[in-house]
Design a protein around this ligand. Structure first.
Ligand code: AMP
Length: 193
């Protein structure tokens, strides 16, 4: 099961991806977590991307594509994955499609977690207080939401056109959102039988 989660920052992608990963036994691949780990470990990649993350900008496509290519080549993804935070641009989406085609795989389902900017802003400001993420300042949040509309929304249209996009109303509890995701995934596995 190759699952992609799309949605603005604060829509609950990370939380839902973790639950999907635990329930269905597929690894959670979060590009944001991978980059934050590189920063924490002080690697060359971490040094390179730190100022980009702090300002809420996007890391260059070629760097992200090679990071994902390496990650998807690992054996733990053989039975599937849940991808969170990638692709964020049309160039990344096209690179992912090509990569999967090369591997003889395809995305089983693409979820779009739908949440208004106001609700995202509220959740992210709360996360800033709880977790102290350095890119959860009001200015960086505004920048990320603006970038989402400009650069990532076309990715949603891209997957709507391929026909496996499922919209999920995300302004609800974690359990409610997860049960709708589960319903869609269980429906898929019934169809596949
Ligand atoms: P996230 O945890 O998904 O919100 O990602 C945190 C930050 O990492 C983003 O604001 C970007 O600076 C960077 N980032 C994560 N994934 C990508 C991506 N696919 N393309 C470009 N930048 C990314």
């Amino acid at each position: 099961m190759n699952i992609l989660l799309l949605g603005p920052q604060g829509s609950g992608k990370g939380t839902q991806a973790k639950r999907i990963s635990a329930e269905y036994g597929v690894p959670h691949i979060s590009t944001g977590d991978m980059l934050r780990e590189a920063i924490a470990a002080g690697t060359e990649l971490g040094r390179q991307v730190r100022p980009i993350l702090d300002q809420g900008e996007l890391v260059p496509d070629d760097l992200m594509v090679s990071l994902i290519r390496e990650r998807l080549s690992r054996e733990d993804t053989a039975n599937g994955f849940v991808l969170d935070g990638f692709p964020r641009t049309i160039a990344q989406a096209e690179a992912l499609d090509a990569m999967l085609r090369e591997m003889g795989r395809e995305l089983t389902i693409v979820f779009e977690l739908q949440l208004s900017d106001e609700a995202c802003m509220k959740r992210l400001l709360r996360r800033a207080q709880l977790e102290g993420r350095s890119d959860d300042t009001p200015e960086a949040i505004r920048n990320r939401l603006e970038r989402y509309h400009r650069e990532t929304e076309p990715v949603i249209e891209h997957y709507r056109a391929t026909g496996n996009l499922v919209g999920i109303h995300a302004d609800r509890s974690i359990a409610e959102v997860f049960s709708e995701i589960q319903e869609a995934l269980d429906h898929l596995s019934v169809r596949a039988r």
